[in-house]
Design a protein around this ligand. Structure first.
Ligand code: SF4
Length: 423
């Protein structure tokens, strides 16, 4: 059942001028110390400033009362305390999902989603078997070049990479909201707008800050970084042997279909992506998650389940099945609950673990990028009709088994060539 939504629109800040001062939260190790030295300030001030940013979670330099006024003036001149503004908050699922639209200093919009999971069940010792969790899904780019047709962000196109502080300040905003109710963030997933491995340096800096006990102090095992299949990025991660979980947004096990659903597949096909993920699991000893959005009559047949089971059988892998969120520009619908359950059972019979994930925020623009797309305005009806026609034509060809002959979208071509290693 669709619940009524509570869209709590906060007063909209006037559009700020682009601000080139770096955000304090995103400063790499040692940068604050170097700045303090140049200012003739003692090194111990770095801890006071870091504590202000990460423990006190300040929004303005004025709140930093532990440092002298002259130092606050210098900080105000050279840095931003907060690089993102909260523009709109949509609360849904009876308060369990909070979707936030953030405005960046150049006017770009990004989204983060805070999901609350209450404690469940009591064990023999009378304690909850599942502890309360608060998971934040964050964006790594404004828009996305990958262009998956079931995704509202993909339709918006690519804007720009986020700075490290813009990634981390999403976390600080959520932590502040949670602190108001006496709770703490327990998990962070890089599954919002953008392809994290096409902004990998900054994502790695953000993960380092999240897991640094002097900064956010969240164990890396509570972090998930997803990718649509940027193989050189996966291989680079593997070489770093990280402790966070790698998630592959697979969505189809057969190349013709994945060429359409996840266009980056035209560059790195299914077998290459899974081979890289398999190596990652072997080297890190950590199970890889495969995300699979279920689209009725498109990728949810028994043939698809068998192809997926055949692909992952024997791997250190787990599949998460997520019914598609409706988006305006596609003719597709989510698979029904029965089909999703049957698909999961078939995977399990085929030797692959699978979990059905609930859709969150259906009544509040649940699709990734939906709030930003709403803000951009409805595309003209003719454009939507044409887009649907193209999607139907491409998916029909894919279901006949034809590989796509389309080029990569232009933004994706340059992102892949410029940042992921062109091989
Ligand atoms: S699903 Fe992810 S990778 Fe695909 S377009 Fe959307 S944000 Fe980009």
């Amino acid at each position: 059942m669709i619940e009524p939504s509570t869209a709590a629109r906060v007063p909209r800040p006037s559009k700020p001028a682009p601000d080139s001062r770096p955000g304090l939260s995103g400063l790499p190790d040692g940068a604050l110390e170097a700045w303090l030295a140049a200012e003739g300030q003692p090194a111990y001030r770095a801890k006071q400033i870091r504590d202000g940013v990460w423990r006190q979670n300040i929004v303005a330099v004025d709140e930093l009362r532990t440092v002298p006024a002259r130092l606050r003036e210098g900080l105000e001149r050279d840095f931003r305390v907060d690089t993102i503004a909260t523009d709109e908050v949509s609360v849904s699922d009876k308060g369990l999902t909070e979707k936030t639209l953030h405005l960046l200093s150049d006017g770009a919009l990004i989204e983060s989603v805070l999901m609350h999971y209450p404690a469940r069940g009591l064990g023999e010792d009378g304690r909850p078997e599942h502890r309360e969790r608060h998971t934040l899904c964050i964006s790594s780019q404004a828009g996305c070049a990958v262009g998956c047709p079931f995704c509202a962000t993909g339709e918006l196109g690519f804007g720009r990479d986020l700075e490290t502080a813009e990634i981390l300040d999403q976390v600080r905003h959520a932590a502040r909201r949670l602190a108001e109710r006496g709770a703490r963030l327990t998990n962070v997933v890089f599954m919002g707008m953008g392809e994290p491995l096409l902004n990998l340096d900054r994502v790695l800096e953000a993960v380092a800050a999240l897991s640094d006990p002097r900064r956010f102090g969240l164990g890396a095992r509570h972090v998930v970084v997803s990718t649509s299949g940027v193989v050189p990025g996966i291989r680079r991660l593997t070489a770093l042997n990280p402790q966070f979980t790698l998630a592959i947004s697979l969505h189809a096990a057969r190349d013709p279909l994945r060429d359409v659903l996840v266009p980056i597949n035209r560059r790195w096909p299914v077998a290459e992506v899974v081979a890289a993920a398999r190596d990652h699991a072997r080297v890190t000893g950590r199970r890889v998650s495969y995300e699979y959005v279920m689209i009725s009559g498109v990728n949810d047949t028994d043939v698809d389940a068998d192809a997926l089971a055949g692909l992952l059988r024997g791997d250190l892998a787990h599949v998460n099945l997520i019914p598609m969120n409706p988006v305006a520009h596609t003719p597709w619908q989510a698979s029904g609950p029965q089909r999703v359950t049957q698909f999961a059972a078939r995977l399990q019979q085929g030797g692959v673990g699978a979990t059905v994930r609930r859709n969150r925020g259906q009544d509040a623009g649940a699709a990734c990028g939906q709030l930003a797309a709403d803000r951009a305005g409805e595309p003209p009806a003719l454009v939507v009709a044409h887009r649907r026609e193209v999607i139907v034509r491409q998916s029909e060809a894919a279901l006949r088994g034809d590989r796509s002959v389309e080029r990569l979208p232009a933004d994706l071509e340059s992102a892949v060539a410029g940042r992921a290693g062109d091989r």
